[in-house]
Design a binder for this molecule. Structure first.
Ligand SMILES: NC(=O)c1ccc[n+]([C@@H]2O[C@H](COP(=O)([O-])OP(=O)(O)OC[C@H]3O[C@@H](n4cnc5c(N)ncnc54)[C@H](OP(=O)(O)O)[C@@H]3O)[C@@H](O)[C@H]2O)c1
Length: 303
């Protein structure tokens, strides 16, 4: 099989779809794989995928992303997100492929009061965060110039089951909205993140850790207010809620604003403001297939 530019894991996920489309938009070739073709729990399947497709670069987006689910099944999370990533990094090193591993703001404990630089101390609060950190260590441990860890946060994109979609569904069905005020982060649109990941590879940024997120920071409450305003639903009241009231299995950092300056410097510009990203997302999401219900509407997989 002729080598491709990219092998994309988690290609059918929320970020994966945006990445596949951004790659096509740049006229490059990619093979996308999901859990059926390349299960992260199977070392042989990972080696076969990299060995068969011989990508120049693997964009590793696949992960167990249900934060509360990971808390209830930490071994499953460590196997997929930690060990699976370690096996993939080994295969990439063996076949001379670059590796971009998408990680998370949940590697931080949220005790900071200013944005987290790439070299800030990590202290994950949850099994999900710890499992993603294991993946980071496995990638960074190779010390390769063409291996990158890109931490991002509060991801949303067209067609995905995500926070803006849950807020809009609930507002449009007339259900009351109460949203968390005591967690602050940087919403990030899959389309903008996809561009940043491809830029990192194409510009061959120095190996190591980067932070990628849309410009601006807010609480989940502020995020909800911004989504409703952009959708012409600014009149819908949004009540306030403390995170502790949700009694979720997995703790989340109270403050996980990422300092993106290293990536901004490489690209010569920051990612767009998150309010601008919400507007573009709303335009595209209206055309995308409706996602499955997110249970209580706000208790979705990641946020
Ligand atoms: N969503 C966020 O807010 C957020 C924030 C920070 C970082 N991230 C990171 O960003 C990346 C992409 O997230 P996303 O929102 O696009 O997640 P997503 O929509 O849940 O997609 C994740 C994909 O991973 C694949 N996957 C799950 N378990 C797997 C396994 N055991 N073996 C192989 N593939 C498996 C799934 O493939 P199939 O569909 O084929 O089953 C799925 O499409 C993840 O690495 C996540 O940790 C996300």
């Amino acid at each position: 099989m002729a080598p491709v530019e990219f092998l994309v894991t988690g290609a059918r996920g929320q970020l994966g779809r945006a990445v596949m489309s951004a790659i096509a938009g740049r006229g490059l070739a990619a093979t996308g794989v999901g859990s059926a073709e390349m299960p992260l729990g199977e070392r042989g399947a990972i080696e076969a995928a990299v060995g068969t497709h011989r990508p120049r670069c693997v964009l590793h987006l696949a992960a167990a992303t249900n934060v509360d689910g990971c808390e209830l099944d930490p071994l499953g999370a460590y196997r997929s997100n930690g060990l699976g990533t370690a096996w993939l990094a080994e295969s990439c090193a063996r076949h001379g492929a670059g590796l971009v591993y998408v990680s998370t703001d949940f590697v931080f404990d949220g005790k900071a009061t200013t944005p987290y630089p790439v070299d800030a101390a990590v202290a994950p609060l949850s099994a999900y965060g710890a499992s993603k950190r294991l993946g980071e260590e496995a990638v960074l441990g190779h010390g390769r110039a063409d291996f990158w860890v890109v931490r991002t946060s509060w991801v949303f994109g067209p067609g995905g089951r995500n926070f803006p979609r849950a807020i809009l569904d609930r507002a449009r069905s007339g259900q009351p909205l109460r949203v968390v005020t005591d967690q602050v982060g940087r919403p990030t649109c899959t389309m903008d993140l996809a561009d940043a990941l491809l830029d990192l590879w194409q510009r061959r940024g120095k190996g190591g850790i980067y932070h990628a997120a849309n410009t601006g920071a807010c609480s989940w409450h502020g995020f909800a207010v911004a989504v409703l305003a952009a959708a012409g639903l600014g009149h819908v009241p949004v009540g306030e809620q403390a995170a502790a009231e949700l009694k979720r299995p997995a703790p989340r950092p109270a403050y996980s604003v990422l300092d993106t300056s290293r990536l901004d410097l490489l690209r010569g510009r920051p990612l767009p403001d998150f309010r601008d990203a919400i507007r573009r997302y709303l335009d595209l999401d209206a055309a995308a297939a409706p996602p499955p219900s997110a249970g209580d509407g706000l208790g979705g997989k990641r946020y």
